[in-house]
Design a protein. Structure first.
Length: 167
């Protein structure tokens, strides 16, 4: 989905990673959880912090700060897990994402959103849907379906049945 596809007011959940504000379409959000025990899973990518038990279901938890090349998320009173649905190749997977804090649900009009900046050919920016502007601040609007590669999600989906058998 490109910036041109945004033709009406959309609600986004905004959250902080380090000092930056990011946002995801609320339609992708299932719920927001207080930080809980995350069970580390061996031989997974660094940004995959582990799994949580969500009402009997195993949900992988990703550290978006690590995925974006930042320092790991530290546990604070505001740290939370945003549970969202990621769709790729017609398949939907439920993932948790660590956030330093959740900000607010905001409405952004199409004219408040600019195209993602062109960073060059060596850096991926296809997962940035656009740059929202509110109160003089930029909000990086993520296309959550494009953040993880098919290979990364395949690793996660392949290991889930094994974990669920143990649980």
């Amino acid at each position: 989905m490109s910036i041109n596809d945004i033709t009406e007011t959309t609600q986004y959940l905004s959250f902080k990673l380090d000092e930056e504000i990011f946002a995801v379409d609320v339609a992708k959000i299932r719920e927001i959880l207080d930080i809980t025990t995350i069970t580390k899973v061996p031989q997974t990518p660094d940004f995959m912090r582990g799994v949580i038990n969500l009402r009997g279901s195993v949900v992988p938890v990703m550290d978006m700060r690590l995925k974006f090349g930042m320092s790991p998320t530290e546990r604070t009173v505001n740290t939370c897990i945003i549970v969202m649905e990621v769709t790729q190749d017609g398949e939907t997977m439920v993932l948790g994402s660590l956030a330093d804090s959740v900000q607010e649900v905001l409405d952004l009009e199409p004219e408040q959103i600019e195209p993602a900046p062109r960073i060059g050919t060596r850096l991926r920016s296809d997962f940035i849907k656009g740059m929202g502007k509110q109160d003089g601040h930029f909000i990086i609007i993520l296309d959550i379906d494009r953040i993880f590669s098919a290979g990364e999600l395949e690793v996660v989906s392949e290991m889930l049945p094994e974990i669920e058998q143990v649980a």
